[in-house]
Design a protein around this ligand. Sequence first.
Ligand code: HEM
Length: 226
Amino acid sequence: MGVFFLNSSIGRKFVMSITGAALVLFLTFHSIMNIFVIISPEIYDSICHFLGANWYALIGTIGLALLVVIHIGFALMLTIQNRRARGKDAYQVTARPNGVDWASQNMFVLGVIILGFLCMHLYQFWSKMQLVELIGKINGEEIHVAGSVVVQHLFQSPVYCVLYIIWITALWFHLTHGIWSSMQTLGMSNNVWLPRIKCISEIYATIICLLFVAIPIYYLIVNLIS
Ligand code: HEM
């Protein structure tokens, strides 16, 4: 069974779709949770406290890390396989086939950009929150970091606001193609439903990304007018 997922193209696509769908689920939750940093910092801090160095939050973090590693590993395999299949045409400049959007041809590059920014993001937030609380717990101390203060502090910098806007734009392109493509791989589309699924995916990706991008844009404006 495991060999099927590793060796067949459809098996690899299936793994990409399942892990991608689970990551979209995380992003849905993360984007809704984050918006509270603007609406009500108190509520945001209690959610962060709930998701601190607790066993259930740690299991979630480990699960998430596994999903990211598997998603990237299989993306690498599929990209190498596609390049080999294209053979000598791989480096030729060819016209973009009809109906194939820009994002679908650049999923791997978009993924690399997203991953790069994700490393920066985890250093800026995760390592200063959950990791600090975890190290505290190991040393027998009960530390609670106020998430809203960490977020507000970072976005005092217009440079970081702009970097986050660029990151979320790349994520939007990746998701608009990724969501419908995974639904198609999982057998949820036919000729009638394909355009509808594409439309639903664009709306869904746009809502998630608007929730994310609202935060750096909000702090950019607040800092400009104050
Ligand atoms: C303005 C937008 C965002 C804000 C304000 C934000 C905020 C945060 C904060 C405060 C944490 C640390 C939570 C903790 O340690 O308890 C965190 C963790 C994380 N964020 Fe974000 N985030 C944003 C966008 C994103 C995006 C776009 C992605 C993915 C593409 C992402 C992926 C993650 C991941 C994977 C974690 C680690 C989760 C875990 O430890 O379980 N974030 N984020």
